[in-house]
Design a protein around this ligand. Sequence first.
Ligand SMILES: Cc1cc2nc3c(=O)[nH]c(=O)nc-3n(C[C@H](O)[C@H](O)[C@H](O)COP(=O)(O)OP(=O)(O)OC[C@H]3O[C@@H](n4cnc5c(N)ncnc54)[C@H](O)[C@@H]3O)c2cc1C
Length: 440
Amino acid sequence: MKTLSHTTFLGGFTALLVLAWGANLRYGAGLPAGDTLWVIRAETLNLSGLLAVGLMSLIMVLATRPAWLEKPLGGMDRIYRTHKWAGILAGIAVLVHWAADEAGGPIRNLIGRSGKVAREHGPELYESLHHLGKDVGEWALYPLLGLILLTLLRWFPFKPWRLLHRAMPVLYLMGAFHGLLLAPLAWWQQPLGWLMALLIAAGSWGAVLSLLGRIGRHRQYRGEILQVEEPAPGLTTLTCRLESRWPGHRAGQFVFLTLHDREGSHPFTIASAPREDGTLTFAIKALGDYTRNLAARLRPGQTVCVEGPYGCFDFQGEKPQVWIAGGVGITPFLAGLEALGQAPHTPVSLHYCSRDLARDPFATQLQTLATGLPGVRLQLHDTGQEGPLTVKKLLQQEPQLAGSDLWFCGPAGFARSLRNGLKAQGLSHVPFHQEAFEMR
Ligand SMILES: Cc1cc2nc3c(=O)[nH]c(=O)nc-3n(C[C@H](O)[C@H](O)[C@H](O)COP(=O)(O)OP(=O)(O)OC[C@H]3O[C@@H](n4cnc5c(N)ncnc54)[C@H](O)[C@@H]3O)c2cc1C
């Protein structure tokens, strides 16, 4: 199934809202009466408000980790990327909405207020809430823009950002309340109003799930740690057994793993294929505060919680495959290799890049896994000695690359250089499947 990129999906979603607004002007409510400048201001307020509420509703739905959207969007990592870009677009819509509102003063000074678009008045309850709706929108504005800005500041640490991000559902509900009370009353008798009501209902459902801590609840499974090891400094490997309800996974998928309740969940790839004894393994690299010295804080018998499985990085396809991994990005391929031993498969060439192969525990594990797997070719690259793996170098070992599928997991910069290399070699058509180890 062909997946939609986040730009196509968000472009389509935004276009749908703009079209709905345009169709409402053309066939529904029509342009309001007033001087041109006032009409432009009123419609800018309407359109930017619709886009802000629509995009924020989408953000709330995507935040519920909707597994049914994984196939069309290409996996949960892509859903999070769409969530983030929807947030940026919503931020721009909110800024335009704010600027249009502020433009009221200068327009009044320029042409007076006699040609201002008149607001429709509604029932008593609506009128009594109207001012509150305006105020609530203003109160939500600055924290909302601040939080979107913090998401973009890469240097801002993840933990406090995550804590602050929990305020988003509240800010969304405030924005939705504002939208419900300030959208033109005539909209509610038109398809445009029904569309907005549907979006607000879906977004509010997502916001409430998030506030109640119920996101992903029906995909959570308890288990216990069977074994903890530290095969190299900064690397923790875990074997866990889950309760019998666990539905199983496809090699290459990941879960949100909670090892300590106070810390909450972190995404980790399952580094093993589905096994009959129901065990899962994880290989966790110290990439931050929590994952540092993790092995010392875990012991066999300890309870864990796993939410998932998620992801579409699952090596499906008929064509020969070239797998490329950098560092701990090898985890989905460990599961992939284990799965290749269980069923017939297409030819696979695995390239593992490590800065120091001699001391890398994954190198020996890969050699053991690949031994006895016909149709699997393993290439280990010591990038500390040889420099980075480039598409030029890859082509020397993989002359059939043009007719293969490429599966990649590793640092974002490495992915970028490979994509650029493919383009430079006229190989942009080679499918490039990537698991991003990053969600913010
Ligand atoms: C789909 C996916 C699969 C992954 N698989 C593996 C794996 O198999 N092995 C491995 O070692 N690492 C894996 N990671 C990376 C791992 O999740 C982070 O390294 C870990 O969460 C860092 O936590 P920290 O508190 O130590 O670091 P921090 O310094 O707090 O965070 C470092 C970065 O990790 C990410 N991160 C941290 N906490 C969370 C969280 N709760 N939810 C989402 N992202 C978070 C953020 O991008 C953050 O910028 C995976 C990530 C993703 C998205």
